[in-house]
Design a protein around this ligand. Structure first.
Ligand SMILES: O=C(O)COP(=O)(O)O
Ligand SMILES: [Mg+2]
Length: 234
């Protein structure tokens, strides 16, 4: 007897997750690496609240924002050097399991066990994303990882999300995006994919104003949100 997939899996065989602010509270480690980079340059440090606003558009924009906030942008060569320095420092910080938001591990495991395919689509560079996910025990749950440097385009362009979906062997009609920011909602809209937004991440605008299809306050509310979106489709 072959068992039919659950209705939620039939509706959304492919779930694509943003990383920073959605699965991981990355601001402490990113802030540590950014502040060590700034201190090396003789600059003042930035606050966690500033770092939250700097994250989400890739590491180059993050470092630029850090430099802009602490005396201004230096010349292009010095900006590149600061980015290299940031990447070296950030890459050497050991992954801390405490950075995984509450409920993420168990919920992802349950969704995978139910039969959903899982992927990550982030603006963080792909190699460092994979290292981090591997060290945190999350990589094995994922069928695809697309980073900010995987393609010429990054979020809010739709291409990274469409690539993640294609690499899972799915189509946009069977996909759902889960993210924390304007970029994730814009990416999903541009790809024609419904989107769930989490309220605990790093959005620069109030999450209810993002226009997501569903808003959740905790990651473990995701299966309920998926069921509700799936029933609207049935
Ligand atoms: O800006 C980044 O580097 C990553 O941010 P994201 O995981 O939220 O896309
Ligand atoms: Mg994010």
């Amino acid at each position: 007897m072959t068992s039919r997939p659950e209705p939620t899996v039939q509706a959304f065989p492919a779930l694509v997750f943003d990383l920073d602010g959605t699965l991981l509270d990355s601001v402490p480690d990113i802030g540590q690496a950014l502040n060590r980079t700034l201190m090396d340059l003789g600059r003042p440090t930035v606050s966690p609240a500033q770092v939250r606003r700097f994250v989400g558009d890739g590491v180059r924009r993050l470092v630029e924002r850090g430099l802009e906030a602490t005396g201004g942008l230096p010349d292009a060569g010095a900006q590149d050097a600061a980015l290299d320095r940031f990447m070296a420092i950030y890459g050497a910080i050991p992954a801390d399991p405490a950075c995984i938001f509450p409920g993420v591990l168990d919920t992802l495991r349950a969704l995978a066990a139910a039969g959903h395919g899982l992927a990550v689509c982030t603006n963080k560079p792909e190699a460092i994303t994979r290292d981090l996910l591997r060290d945190l025990g999350l990589l094995d749950l994922l069928a695809a990882v697309v980073g900010g440097d995987t393609l010429p385009q990054r979020k809010p362009a739709p291409e990274p999300l469409l690539a993640a979906i294609a690499r899972m062997g799915a189509s946009p009609a069977g996909a759902l995006m889960v993210g924390d920011s304007e970029n994730d909602v814009a990416t999903a809209r541009a790809a024609g994919v419904p989107v769930v937004a989490v309220t605990y991440g790093y959005s620069r605008v109030p999450v209810p104003e993002l226009g997501a299809d569903h808003v959740i306050d905790r990651f473990d509310a995701l299966p309920g949100a998926i069921a509700s979106l799936a029933s609207r489709r049935a």
